[in-house]
Design a protein. Structure first.
Length: 256
């Protein structure tokens, strides 16, 4: 299985979190996100405890806060959507600063909080997973968790050939610029559309050539398992400590 190169989210280290088998970290992250989503939005204190649990994991993994925050900027579009919810949602409204002209929906406020809190925690957990696990290990972990082999192969090829396609786009951009082309307005969209079409055709043809090369080497629909990853009970216990602690917080959030 390819894609052994490191990605931009990965932070090389030798912490106890880095040393855990990938499938244990995948299972723990998935369970943590499920618990967070299951928490009632009114239990605001619970989300603070979840953030504290993630901060503890980040400290154990020796991942700086600045590293996490920069890579969590992918959440910005969802934040923008959440900010609009109190203005467009229906239902009971509350005035801000005593101004009736500036009223916000109560349901919208709760919805915005729900999206921001749970979305931020989910993104943070995912970034932590990617920061401590190489791409190749993630694929091996998915394979170990019995994800359908076809999906694992698709993910593997996406990772491997994503860089190839990006490099093809870079060469096409350099070719356009060397001929004096600069995209300055709508009238240049036609050229960009043709470039996108040419990139699609080249990618499709490359995919066919790669498939024929694989078939000629004995490919029959499944990739060979190069490494078999295993985990001890102690490693599972260490990995599941996060979702188990989060589950206790979630149960308290429903009962208190």
């Amino acid at each position: 299985m390819g894609a052994g190169h490191a990605h931009k989210l990965y932070r090389r280290g030798h912490s106890p979190v880095h040393g855990l088998p990938p499938h244990t970290k995948l299972a723990a992250t998935f369970a943590f996100v499920v618990v967070v989503v299951s928490t009632p939005r009114e239990a605001m204190w619970a989300f603070g405890l979840y953030a504290l649990l993630l901060a503890t994991v980040a400290y154990a993994a020796r991942v700086p806060a600045s590293f996490l925050l920069k890579r969590m900027l992918i959440e910005v579009p969802f934040v923008a959507f959440a900010v609009l919810m109190p203005f467009v949602a229906e239902g009971e409204r509350v005035d801000v600063l005593g101004l009736s002209s500036l009223s916000l929906s109560v349901n919208g406020l709760w919805g915005a909080w729900n999206v921001l809190a749970k979305g931020t925690l989910g993104v943070a957990a995912s970034v932590l997973l990617a920061s401590t696990t190489e791409l190749r290990e993630l694929l091996l972990g998915l394979q170990r968790l019995k994800l359908p082999p076809l999906l694992v192969q698709i993910a593997s090829f996406m990772i491997r050939y994503g860089d190839v396609i990006a490099d093809e786009m870079r060469r096409m951009r350099i070719a356009r610029e060397s001929r004096g082309f600069e995209a300055r307005g709508v009238r240049h969209w036609g050229v960009l559309a043709k470039s996108a079409g040419a990139l699609f055709i080249r990618s499709y043809e490359r995919g066919e050539r790669v498939h024929l090369a694989m078939v000629s080497r004995g490919y029959a629909g499944s990739m060979p398992v190069i490494d078999e990853v295993t985990a001890s009970r102690a490693q599972w216990s260490y990995a599941l400590a996060l979702p188990c602690a989060a589950l206790v917080v979630c149960l308290l959030g429903w009962t208190l």
